[in-house]
Design a protein around this ligand. Structure first.
Ligand code: AMP
Ligand code: MG
Length: 416
């Protein structure tokens, strides 16, 4: 037994999902991770720590959007044709551009700086070459095919904001702005513990009463899908001394401890007492199904999420509370990956907890995303969640939903 004298009855208990989320948000706001500079190659999925104020116009100079001939728009013929004298060429990357005088044109490629004097590019497919001359017919538009300096953004504009998650396109923006190292929030250092005397690794044959440890891989996968490689992964026995040592050590060097199992009120469920003895319990049990016994606390410098061991509960509680916490610790402006869909079949529930139902998603011709609840909904049924694309969130106060109702969904990472 844990040596704690703290009674679990003293913990804030049975919070609603919304209360638990608000509590987690507040806890993460006090624990925002510091910024560090990261090369763009390694910055995908990281959270920007400071606004990007454009140091230059983008594009930095007026340039051609097409391959063709640069000339003066006022000289384009209104009727018939006009011949322009070909006075030079400028290719993308040229360090100087020849000037375009009256009656002249300059051959130009996409991305090349516009020659002084020119303000228009006629595409090469629309002209005819006659010796030294380039003949342009009526119908061209003055100013066409030119990308002015600052068309995309102007110097001094805020182009990306602190809290933006770095997508591939945003990495491109940073690079275009000449930023080689992004200032991003440090990734949370996460320890992942799976607990249970019955667990053996997948490679080991099962003895009596044993099961293969699946949470190590589903939770590990959820962390990796969130861009986080756990700094420590371990299987711990239902042994208070072993658990205490591991939790204390992780609390000294991690930002977050994630565990599965041992958090209910059974006689081998040591997590609640141990977290209380080693640190503090912020809340225990959330009014959700599956996932009720979840505990949130802290040990040392680490926030603790002790998730129930049932494989589906583990995934649902991760998506409902841990994923938002990982984003919040990094200061992300998006809170969670909540989306909306229409119910393809009615739902009825009898209990007063929020329910997280496994669902298949289908994008239909009507433009809506439709969610069909799957039949296998047991909290130990991994196959049901493996076949699902998302979890439908049925709020605790809702007991019936008709087909067609709009519901919140939490997409399962890796699918949408
Ligand atoms: P617990 O939360 O420890 O009471 O565990 C609840 C259920 O989840 C039990 O049936 C456990 O055997 C099962 N379980 C716990 N941990 C894991 C795991 N890592 N992989 C698969 N099943 C687990
Ligand atoms: Mg257990």
């Amino acid at each position: 037994m844990p040596q704690s004298t703290t009674s679990t009855a003293d913990f804030p208990q049975r919070l609603s999902v919304d209360e638990a989320r608000a509590r987690v948000r507040a806890l993460c706001a006090q624990r925002r991770l510091p910024a560090e500079d990261v090369a763009l190659d390694a910055a995908l999925g990281r959270v920007l720590a400071a606004d990007l104020v454009a140091p230059l116009d983008q594009p930095p100079f007026a340039n051609s959007a097409m391959d063709g001939y640069a000339l003066r728009g006022v000289e384009l013929p209104a009727h018939g044709e006009r011949a322009f004298r070909l006075a030079g060429a400028v290719l993308a990357g040229a360090r100087t551009a020849p000037a375009c005088g009256p009656g002249e044109c300059i051959r130009i490629t996409t991305g090349a700086p516009l020659p002084p004097g020119a303000d228009t590019v006629v595409i090469k497919e629309n002209v005819r070459s006659e010796g030294d001359a380039v003949v342009v017919a009526a119908g061209e538009r003055a100013g066409a095919n030119v990308r002015p300096a600052g068309e995309d953004w102007r110097r001094g504009e805020v182009v990306l904001r602190a809290g933006d998650v770095l997508t591939p396109a945003r990495l491109g923006v940073l690079a275009a702005a000449g930023v080689a190292q992004a200032s991003v929030a440090r990734r949370p250092r996460v320890a992942l513990f799976v607990t249970g005397d019955e667990l053996v690794p997948p490679a080991q044959p099962l003895g009596f009463g044993q099961i293969h440890d699946s949470n190590r891989y589903s939770l590990g996968g959820l962390l990796r899908a969130a861009g986080i490689e756990p700094v420590q992964v371990a299987h711990l026995r239902d042994d208070p001394d072993a658990l205490r040592t591991a939790l204390r050590e992780a609390g000294a060097h991690c930002d977050l401890i994630l565990s599965s199992g041992g958090v209910s009120a059974g006689e081998a469920d040591f997590l609640p007492g141990l977290v209380a003895a080693l640190g503090r319990v912020h809340f225990w049990k959330v009014r959700m199904k599956p996932g009720m016994p979840l505990l949130c606390g802290e040990i040392g410098q680490a926030l603790v999420f002790a998730l129930p061991g049932n494989p589906v509960s583990t995934i649902a509680t991760f998506l409902a509370l841990v994923q938002p916490a990982l984003l919040a610790l990094q200061g992300a402006r998006v809170e969670a990956h909540v989306r909306r869909a229409r119910l393809a079949a009615p739902i009825a529930k009898k209990h007063d907890r929020a329910e997280f139902l496994r669902a298949a998603l289908e994008s239909r011709d009507d433009g809506a995303l439709w969610a069909t609840p799957l039949r296998q909904q047991g909290s130990g049924m991994l196959r049901g969640v493996a076949e699902a694309d998302a979890l439908i969130v049925v709020p605790e106060t809702v007991h019936e939903l008709a087909a067609g109702a709009v519901v919140e969904i939490l997409p399962l990472p890796g699918l949408c």
